[in-house]
Design a protein around this ligand. Structure first.
Ligand code: HEC
Length: 230
């Protein structure tokens, strides 16, 4: 970044609300980021911008958004936010922190819905369960009873065999192990964070190829029935 650009954040700038009608609005904080034009020009000229592709509605589409990692930032992403300590904001008075424990308890207490009878083949699902925890190696990440990971449930794109386009936008550059409990309730719209896999069979084929599992056609369909039974 050039020395000439005085890039700084003024946290005391007031937000001015502009009513857009129909219950929507936009908040503007003029002067919140000084040197923003210089920053924009610098980033536009120097970053390795690239366009990704996303799997939508069973075909690949060009993603209109551009993405770029910051080669100068090393492992630190969002350098301006980091310099201003936005990852550790403490408000005074703090109206949120005292409520978090109860909120988490409430969220964890909500039972996942159970699949309706007849929505899956119970015999095949029972066989699929042994594939899930055995040769499919699924349970190493999708741990019962929620079928996500206790603790830090994040994985690098390489660990699950997909691109980093969306992960690179997040602070830890990872994807979250989706909880599979109650999966039957969201079978539409595709699977994975961007819906790139249209069916559970596609998801299973992906794992079979990525991890060289060598699952048979029968094991794959049993596994799909097990996923629908969760
Ligand atoms: C290395 C850890 C890991 C292993 C092993 C693993 N998964 Fe996953 N799984 C993930 C992650 C991470 C995601 C989220 C991917 C995303 O959002 O792009 C995911 C997502 C899924 C989804 C999509 C859920 C949804 O609602 O979109 C299904 C289904 C799934 N996994 C099933 C399986 C099955 C079946 C196996 C075994 C053959 C398996 N997983 C093995 C980590 C893993």
């Amino acid at each position: 970044m050039s020395d000439a650009a005085p890039i700084a954040i003024d946290p005391d700038v007031e937000f001015v609300r502009h009513d857009l009608g129909n219950g929507s609005w936009i908040d503007l904080a003029r002067g919140w980021l000084t040197g923003s034009l210089e920053l924009y020009r610098e980033l536009e000229a120097t970053m390795p911008w690239r366009q990704g592709r996303v799997w939508r509605y069973e075909k690949w589409k060009e993603d209109p958004r551009l993405s770029a990692g910051n080669p100068d930032a090393g492992t630190a992403q969002f350098p301006i936010a980091a310099a201003n300590n936005f990852g550790n904001v403490r408000s005074d008075p703090d109206l949120i922190t005292p409520k978090l424990a109860n909120l988490q308890l409430y969220q964890l207490a909500i039972p996942a819905p159970t699949p309706p009878a007849g929505s899956f083949d119970a015999t095949a699902a029972a066989r699929g369960k042994t594939v899930f925890s055995g040769p499919g190696k699924c349970a190493s990440c999708h741990v019962p009873p929620l079928y996500t990971e206790p603790g830090w449930n994040m994985h690098t794109p390489a660990e699950i065999g997909i691109d980093d386009f969306q992960a690179s936008r997040s602070p830890d550059r990872r994807y979250r192990t989706t909880p599979l409990k109650g999966l039957f309730a969201h079978l539409k719209g595709g699977f994975y964070h961007d819906g790139r896999f249209a069916t559970l069979a596609d998801v299973i084929d992906h794992y079979d190829a990525t991890f060289a599992l060598g699952l048979s056609a029968g094991q794959k369909s049993d596994l799909a029935e097990f996923l629908k039974s969760l």
